[in-house]
Design a protein around this ligand. Structure first.
Ligand code: SF4
Ligand code: SF4
Ligand code: SF4
Length: 275
């Protein structure tokens, strides 16, 4: 019984993804959804299992399993634009497929359950950025979060303009937008990481997807919480946090609370098991 309890989290995640996989497979009559969501669910559950086993690189394994699958197989081989432009594109065409399903599950409704788990375990941009040397930010957060609203608006304007101008072969354009968008994200993300000595600078200031992720993750069911009776206020958890979250404050309004990517670095570092 204790063993089952220990592995309850990966089991629940696996079951949630399987429920999505089977529902979409049945309703859409498309076997791809069964494979897609089963693969992602299994990868994440496997990563949580490795984390429970205290394997140091558990999160990196999940990032590579899911991130490479989405970038290479879905994006480059299957020509699905899973970036925000792809989401607008499918939304405008009124089709509940690919990017719209992906956004609904991972970035709009999913965060009500698992917060910004997408950012910690699945995003293919962060998969590369997390290899850079500045895992813990070297300086306090800058007041540049407003840039995300510009990139968000730019993506919407770009796709709207394609539709308004009735440009032909939009599907082909979306594929190349995916390629160009990713090159730009990696270039800007790597440059910013070195300039600001912070691997996650791109996530904090530029990424347009956070416009969805931040408000939805405010209500997340899954959160890192602090057992106040065990905390000795050593501050270690805040020093190791890549997203500058004040994790010792249990309120939803805690400083940078909607930035938590559930990476568990704070949990691993706490000397008293207070998190
Ligand atoms: S903030 Fe954006 S770039 Fe960063 S991990 Fe999340 S989705 Fe990826
Ligand atoms: S690392 Fe643990 S003990 Fe130290 S401040 Fe954070 S929660 Fe408290
Ligand atoms: S270190 Fe803790 S508070 Fe910071 S992002 Fe990771 S899980 Fe969230």
């Amino acid at each position: 019984m204790r063993k089952i309890k220990k592995y309850l989290h990966p089991l629940i995640i696996l079951l949630v993804f399987e429920a999505v996989a089977v529902t979409l497979w049945m309703t859409k009559d498309n076997l791809f959804y069964l494979f897609n969501f089963s693969y992602i669910g299994l990868s994440i559950a496997f990563g949580i299992f490795l984390f429970i086993k205290k394997y140091k690189y558990a999160r990196r394994i999940v990032q590579l399993l899911v991130g490479l699958y989405m970038l290479v197989f879905l994006g480059l081989i299957s020509n699905e634009n899973m970036q925000i432009e792809g989401f607008w594109y499918y939304l405008f065409t009124g089709v509940f497929e690919a990017a719209t399903i992906h956004y609904a599950v991972a970035k709009i409704f999913g965060p009500l359950l698992f917060g910004r788990g997408w950012c910690g375990y699945a995003c293919w941009t962060a998969m590369v950025l997390d290899f850079l040397p500045y895992k813990v930010p070297a300086a306090p957060r800058k007041n540049l979060g407003w840039i995300r609203y510009i990139t968000f608006a730019a993506s919407l304007v770009f796709v709207s303009a394609l539709f308004l101008a009735q440009v032909g072969q939009i599907e082909r354009i979306m594929f190349w937008a995916f390629v160009a968008g990713n090159i730009a994200y990696y270039a800007v993300g790597i440059m910013l990481a070195f300039m600001l000595k912070d691997n996650r600078a791109f996530c904090k200031y530029i990424c347009p997807i956070t416009v969805f992720l931040k408000p939805m993750s405010y209500y997340s069911l899954l959160r890192v919480k602090c057992k106040k009776d065990k905390c000795v206020n050593c501050g270690k958890c805040k020093r190791v946090c890549p997203m500058d979250v004040d994790v010792t404050d249990n309120s939803r309004k805690r400083k940078n609370g909607t930035e938590c990517i559930l990476c568990m670095e704070c949990v691993k570092s706490c000397p008293n098991g207070a998190l």
